[in-house]
Write a protein that binds this ligand. Structure first.
Ligand code: FPP
Length: 246
């Protein structure tokens, strides 16, 4: 039986988040410039988005550019921004055809105006799509997101709009970039690194973590299905006992 046929459609992760890692190493292994690794990585993005839509995953969040990535060489940052613009232009039609909504998380104000404009255009055009929500984490850092949240809530407390004793999980959730997304169920990181790198620290509290040696440009639909099958074989207890769950 093929991998896709083994997936239990009643036990799908509602929200998958991916740390797409290994573009640089993929290129280096082939004696190519890092940029060609990112280009190839963009092709993988398309495959994975298609696969999620195919099996009815509702939310997919991709770590495309972190707050720390601004410290990369200027030329690499520029090329990544160009790649983002060209991918958005190229894929708008596919997003529409497949009923996919594009959103973003992160500090978009730091992005070049050209990227910002292209993004807001695609976000606006796809806002009523319902099959899959694709969120791109851009200029995103989880600690910065939490600082922003704390500042916004503090200001509301100061202005008597909220009292400290009413601050609970939902108040925090409602101030995060991810306010419209459910918690992450499955977090995947490619390329063999086993760390979270400042990604969705609050939102992955109960996520299942899946690490694979495969470099992002080599990651296929089948690799995604393997990760989902692995997820489906785990027991998610959310702090309860196995007996309580079953
Ligand atoms: C990590 O690999 C990847 C990135 C920092 C950028 C991710 C970008 C893409 C996959 C392409 C464009 C994205 C979209 C949404 C169209 P790395 O460069 O850190 O690899 P390394 O660890 O091997 O050096």
């Amino acid at each position: 039986m093929s991998l896709i046929d083994q997936i239990d459609s009643t036990k799908l992760p509602e929200h998958i988040a991916i740390i797409m890692d290994g573009n640089g190493r993929w290129a280096k292994k082939r004696g190519m410039l890092r940029n060609l690794g990112h280009k190839s990585g963009a092709k993988t993005v398309k495959q994975v988005v298609e696969a999620c839509a195919e099996i009815n995953v509702k939310y997919l969040t991709l770590y495309a550019f972190s707050t720390e990535n601004w410290n990369r060489p200027k030329i690499e940052v520029e090329l990544l921004m160009k790649l983002l613009i060209s991918s958005l232009k190229k894929e708008l039609e596919t997003l529409q055809k497949n009923n996919i909504k594009l959103t973003t998380i992160g500090n978009l104000e730091l992005l070049p105006k050209t990227v910002y404009n292209e993004l807001t255009d695609v976000i606006e055009k796809t806002k009523n799509n319902t099959r899959l929500t694709l969120s791109l984490a851009l200029s995103y850092g989880s600690r910065e997101e939490l600082i922003k949240t704390i500042k916004e809530i503090s200001l509301k407390v100061k202005n008597n709009l909220i009292s400290p004793e009413n601050i609970d999980k939902s108040v925090i959730n409602n101030h995060l970039y991810t306010r419209d997304l459910p918690d992450v169920d499955l977090l995947i990181r490619t390329s063999g690194e086993q760390r979270i790198s400042n990604f969705l620290l609050w939102q992955i509290a109960y996520a299942e973590l899946y690490f694979t040696e495969v470099l992002w440009p080599d990651f296929t639909k089948e690799n995604l299905f393997e990760a989902i099958l692995n997820y489906q074989n785990r027991e998610r207890r959310f702090g309860k006992t196995s007996e309580q769950i079953n």
